[in-house]
Design a protein around this ligand. Sequence first.
Ligand code: G3I
Length: 381
Amino acid sequence: MPDRRKFLKRAGYTTLSALLTMGFLQKDKQKEDHSTNTLAANYTSTNGNSPLRQLAAAKGKRYGAAIDGEFLQIEKDYANLLARECSIVTPNGELKWNATEPQPGKFTFESADAIANFCQKHNMELHGHTLFWYTGNPPWVPYPPTLQMIERHLTGVMGHYRNSPVLKSWDVANEIIADNENETDNATYGLRKGVKPELIRDLFKIAASVDSSKKFCINEFGIEGATWKSDRFLKMVEYLKNSGVKIDEAGIQSHLWFSTAYAFDEKGFNSVLKRLNDLGVKPRISELDIIIDTPLPDSIKKLDQMVADSYKRYLDLCFAADVDTVITWGITDRHTWIRHPDWMPAKFKNNPSMQPFLRPLPLDTNLQPKLARNAIAQAFQ
Ligand code: G3I
């Protein structure tokens, strides 16, 4: 398990945030009560209450969420909620290497298949996350794995889902770009230490040789603006395209932090979306959630308004660039990764009174819709 703080520093992500400093939320604050009421009223009205998957489909789009197989088995209300709202889901961990090939060459698909069956029953698509990652691996898998290990892994996992009626896409490569120039030995593509561009090219080639009928994605965090990282990511995507490998979509994870301390680079984000579209690699929003950084607002009501405004603002930009798939990283604050002890940011972990302010998802811990859900619904509409 990677060190939590290190991950979060890395995941210090391109921070959407400071709509506050930009005056965006200030302006919205003046109409806060009005918009809160409007949104709440909308939610109970016929349209606002329509399933997100239905609102999305009406515009030729898809809404989905990361799904946790463990809770799917034991929480019926959670399962019903996912079935109602989502047309696509990404398994939280069930398709990671440590889940599918815990011992060399010994494959297990019980938990992933349970999710695939759930998808089939509810007419949902399943996104395969992930075939290659720097973590989420059993201890015997080095990073990067050898080509031989990669070939056996992809043959086993992709082969199992070759004829699946629900699994239509794979994250072939996940989080391959370092966070800054000190963490790479490859200045051009900024790959994590030890990873060569040719290895990633061969990874995509192997994937295509096993099953080229699925969409192939490259998935990354911290690229939601014009940064060293997003520049290297785009160069890597361009390299893969120029190498002639099959690469269809780019997952822009979008674990976003709003605060007064950072600025959201709207122009830079637009240019990332544009460059991907120009390269013929369709951007999708693959792991969206919105955390409000310190200083926190003085009430949950204000926090929820900030989260909702942020969702709306971000999704409006995405939809203007023809993004058609939006997946949030979970659907309810009850199961958000950011509340898990392995991942909770230290400042929240050390201050239990702040933890209720970790509300990054569309529904609350009681599975009740929040303003964020209305904002997503409105953005789709
Ligand atoms: O499976 C055990 C369960 O049996 C036990 O009861 C529970 C106790 O805490 O732990 C469970 O394992 C956890 C596992 O998720 C399943 O929930 C691990 O401790 C936990 O560290 C693991 O974290 C996941 C992490 O990836 C590493 O695989 C997070 O839930 C998951 O949200 C996170 O997802 C990643 C994406 O794959 C890639 N992008 C970033 C994103 C957030 O970190």
